[in-house]
Design a protein around this ligand. Structure first.
Ligand SMILES: *[C@@H]1O[C@H](CO)[C@@H](O)[C@H](O)[C@H]1NC(C)=O
Ligand SMILES: *[C@@H]1O[C@H](CO)[C@@H](O)[C@H](O)[C@H]1NC(C)=O
Ligand SMILES: *[C@@H]1O[C@H](CO)[C@@H](O)[C@H](O)[C@H]1NC(C)=O
Ligand SMILES: *[C@@H]1O[C@H](CO)[C@@H](O)[C@H](O)[C@H]1NC(C)=O
Ligand SMILES: *[C@@H]1O[C@H](CO)[C@@H](O)[C@H](O)[C@H]1NC(C)=O
Ligand SMILES: *[C@@H]1O[C@H](CO)[C@@H](O)[C@H](O)[C@H]1NC(C)=O
Ligand SMILES: *[C@@H]1O[C@H](CO)[C@@H](O)[C@H](O)[C@H]1NC(C)=O
Ligand SMILES: *[C@@H]1O[C@H](CO)[C@@H](O)[C@H](O)[C@H]1NC(C)=O
Ligand SMILES: *[C@@H]1O[C@H](CO)[C@@H](O)[C@H](O)[C@H]1NC(C)=O
Ligand SMILES: *[C@@H]1O[C@H](CO)[C@@H](O)[C@H](O)[C@H]1NC(C)=O
Ligand SMILES: *[C@@H]1O[C@H](CO)[C@@H](O)[C@H](O)[C@H]1NC(C)=O
Ligand SMILES: *[C@@H]1O[C@H](CO)[C@@H](O)[C@H](O)[C@H]1NC(C)=O
Length: 413
């Protein structure tokens, strides 16, 4: 206990324990921080409806059909449920990582050094409402909470860790809190936390630029992923009522529409569903909605609000998902926003206002801090929709959708 308090105090005195205002600390600063920053590994045991732990691992930039053709990917799909209709939210990488944390991409169409203002809430705030321990494991991150643009392999100078693949580091509401920063850790911490049974209930896992296929290819990335998961499959601590999502940030051929090969596996997947497929329409926003439905958490009031919920969870809550006709769907581009460079979207100075009262797919209303912050303001978008659209910019307005048939009633007893 004493040691924890002491290290907290030590942290508070270090300048990198708060939102950075420059992109690149010096190597000396990095080395100093690596030697002093104590990664923080809180745990919790909040029972979920369908799973007690959720870990997502993202690879990079592979078309659905290319992943589906890889034998290691095929092997991974046999271990769980293949999601055949799961989409990224736009291009390139960073807006997708951003979407997974905040339910929006804010029109981002680039991999720039963004610092998203502190009035934007994230899944960290959702988890904190119930004391659900969360974390991130970023391979190659030089120390917990590092905020620099990248950190290369110090021998070869090849790409290793990159900030654009780190969802929560983009948000000032995370980086202004030194406790939160210390929960953004590297793979050394992942294996320490695993060995010490100190894993959080939610984690986002980012392999480095070699392993995630970004600088390599599907053959290399899928082999890495199979090895990574195989080492964990028989680990009862890791897999005990755990749901693991293996997916990609985006596809590679932008005209193809951004469908990505995605797999659910782990101890929370019943044996009867192993090797099956789920054809429901999902996006990265569906994951936030599913986490909310699983743990009874509110919505961020953004695109997570209306998103479809993973069938494995929706089957338990009774939520009826939507079938979306993807013919005219443009999740390979996005709507106007303040983080746009006018490449795959239009720049707009307006930070979108979230919903403050709505019925969301997870059924638990809107996060209190969102309601307080945006009280009395009208939401910029109709975030209750099952996919992003915007009438003002004519984005995805002609995409049709219908409720899926309701689930069969249980037999009369
Ligand atoms: C950056 O942060 C340092 C220390 O907190 C401060 O002295 C400096 O004025 C800041 N620079 C800018 C450009 O905000
Ligand atoms: C599918 O994989 C085989 C080798 O396993 C390869 O020869 C072929 O080019 C691949 N096709 C696609 C579309 O990736
Ligand atoms: C991981 O982070 C810790 C502390 O934050 C640091 O000491 C260590 O050097 C890092 N490990 C690697 C492999 O970068
Ligand atoms: C990526 O991580 C692996 C270990 O998982 C390591 O062998 C490799 O050198 C790293 N790549 C780079 C470019 O640092
Ligand atoms: C800092 O983050 C931790 C973990 O998310 C949270 O429990 C705490 O309330 C936050 N502190 C402040 C001042 O927001
Ligand atoms: C895939 O990437 C690995 C690692 O960079 C490389 O050795 C291999 O030749 C690549 N395979 C193809 C088919 O490009
Ligand atoms: C995991 O357990 C299964 C049997 O339950 C066994 O066939 C397999 O070899 C084990 N894998 C590892 C990596 O130990
Ligand atoms: C799984 O977790 C539950 C409750 O969290 C615990 O009671 C049970 O013993 C665990 N099972 C294993 C095999 O660790
Ligand atoms: C998105 O897909 C549509 C339809 O294939 C295509 O016309 C458009 O150019 C694509 N957008 C980008 C940014 O590639
Ligand atoms: C959801 O329920 C339907 C109808 O009972 C069933 O066919 C399907 O396999 C279930 N899916 C999952 C992922 O549990
Ligand atoms: C939103 O608030 C208004 C006014 O208080 C209320 O009439 C409406 O029913 C609320 N809508 C939802 C979906 O809760
Ligand atoms: C917002 O979207 C919901 C769900 O698709 C729809 O029922 C509602 O009519 C939309 N509201 C407006 C103002 O377009």
């Amino acid at each position: 206990m004493k040691a924890t308090v002491a290290s907290l105090l030590a942290m508070a005195s270090l300048s990198y324990a708060q939102t950075a205002n420059t992109s690149e600390p010096t190597l000396a600063e990095i080395e100093k921080a690596a030697a002093t920053v104590e990664p923080y590994s809180p745990t919790s045991d909040v029972k979920g409806l369908v799973f007690d732990k959720f870990y997502q691992v993202w690879l990079e930039n592979i078309d659905y059909d290319v992943a589906a053709n890889d034998t290691n990917m095929q092997w991974l799909a046999e271990q769980g449920i293949l999601l055949t209709n799961y989409y990224g939210t736009t291009h390139p990488s960073e807006p997708n990582y951003c979407a997974s944390a905040s339910g929006d991409n804010f029109g981002m169409d680039n991999d720039d050094f963004h610092q998203i203002p502190s009035n934007v809430s994230t899944i960290a705030d959702l988890f904190d409402t119930k004391g659900i321990a969360w974390g991130e494991y970023q391979e190659g991150l030089p120390y917990a909470g590092f905020q620099g643009y990248n950190y290369s392999n110090q021998e070869t100078y090849a790409n290793d860790y990159v900030r654009k693949h780190n969802p929560l580091i983009l948000f000032d509401s995370v980086t202004s809190n030194s406790t939160r920063l210390r929960m953004i850790k590297n793979f050394t911490s992942l294996y320490n936390d695993l060995d010490n049974e100190k894993l959080p209930q939610y984690a986002f896992i980012t392999p480095n630029m070699t392993n995630d296929a970004h600088d390599t290819n599907i053959t290399f990335g899928a082999k890495w992923e199979r090895g990574f998961i195989s080492d964990l499959l028989n680990n009862t601590y890791f897999m005990n009522n755990t749901l693991v999502l293996l997916t990609f940030d985006e596809d590679d051929t932008y005209a193809k529409g951004n469908r990505v090969f995605s797999i659910l596996l782990g101890g929370a997947v019943p044996d009867s569903l192993k090797g099956t497929t789920d054809d429901t329409f999902y996006t990265h926003y569906s994951i936030i909605a599913s986490l909310s439905a699983n743990w009874g958490l509110p919505s961020l009031g953004r695109w997570d609000c209306g998103a479809n919920i993973l069938e494995i969870v929706a089957n338990e809550t009774g939520y009826v998902n939507y079938d979306v006709d993807t013919t005219n769907l443009h999740l390979n581009e996005t709507y106007p926003g303040p983080l746009s460079d006018s490449i795959y979207s239009e720049y707009s100075s307006v930070w979108p206002v979230p919903l403050t009262n709505a019925t969301c797919s997870a059924g638990n209303g809107i996060l209190d801090i969102v309601k307080e912050t945006y009280k009395g303001r009208e939401a910029t978008f109709n975030y209750t929709h099952p996919f992003p659209y915007d009438t003002a910019s004519n984005y995805n307005v002609d995409v049709t959708f219908t409720p899926l048939p309701p689930l069969p009633l249980p037999p009369l007893t």
